[in-house]
Ligand binder design. Structure first.
Ligand SMILES: O=C(O)CCC(=O)C(=O)O
Ligand SMILES: [Fe+2]
Length: 232
């Protein structure tokens, strides 16, 4: 009797449409969403997803803004509570509008991250906002959360770091605290180019330790309110 050349039971029926193989982005999002669900935060490399050259272009943009003093001191709080308290935060910021070439490419990536978060976690995210931030030597951002409880406007925070060759001695680490016990540090992220931190905006207390050299980043918030200025 002729031997069966392969396991017919396990053979793929090529006549049927096959599900598309997961992409690098799918696998990245699966991992991010697992960690967000379990811990409320995650730190990942975004380099496998970033188009060639984009990190350097974004770094040049923020360095140009920095040199031309086009960054504003960042405030704390919203509306009438908005203040510039240098004992709380000392970074300088410039909002992105997605209209330069590099920002357009970054916005396409943020949009696919937003779609992927919605598909996996059913967050109902509708838009995102993002700003560049620079921390000069000595600058910090004390422990805070990014969204007031019950406001549910900023849902997920994402921070993308732009400095190359950042060492532990350069400081500026993002410290993540245990939401149940805000005295307990449960993670630290080195702000090295291509690394991103993602966390649940209203749950995760975090702080930026004092930087020892100029630190460049992009902070992005995925929001549930559809129109700027209207918080649900
Ligand atoms: O740059 C970071 O690591 C975090 C910044 C931050 O917490 C913020 O802008 O709200
Ligand atoms: Fe924050």
């Amino acid at each position: 009797m002729p031997s069966v050349p392969f396991d017919t039971a396990a053979a793929v029926d090529l006549a049927q449409p096959q599900p598309a193989a997961p992409t690098v982005l799918d696998r990245w999002l699966d991992n991010v969403c697992d960690e967000l669900s379990e811990f409320g935060w995650t730190s990942q490399s975004v380099l496998p997803l970033i188009p060639e050259g984009l990190m350097g272009e974004l770094r040049s943009e923020v360095q140009t803004l920095h040199r031309s003093q086009a960054l504003d001191t960042a405030g704390v709080g919203r509306g009438k509570d908005h203040t510039h308290d240098r004992s709380v935060r000392r970074d300088r910021i410039a909002w992105l509008n997605g209209e330069t070439g590099p920002q357009g490419r970054l916005y396409a990536l943020f949009q696919s991250i937003q779609d992927g978060l919605n598909q996996r976690l059913f967050l109902g995210l509708k838009r995102f906002e993002a700003h560049y931030a620079t921390y000069e030597p000595g600058d910090f951002y004390r422990c805070h959360v990014d969204s007031f409880r019950g406001r549910s406007s900023r849902i997920i925070s994402l921070v993308l770091y732009l400095n190359e060759g950042w060492q532990a001695a350069d400081g500026g680490q993002l410290q993540i605290f245990n939401p149940e016990n805000p005295d307990e540090v449960c993670g630290q992220v080195l702000p090295e180019a291509g690394r991103v931190a993602l966390f649940v905006s209203e749950d995760i207390p975090h702080e930026v330790l004092a930087a020892q050299r100029t630190r460049y980043s992009i902070a992005c918030w995925f929001r549930r309110d559809p129109i700027q200025g209207i918080a649900l």
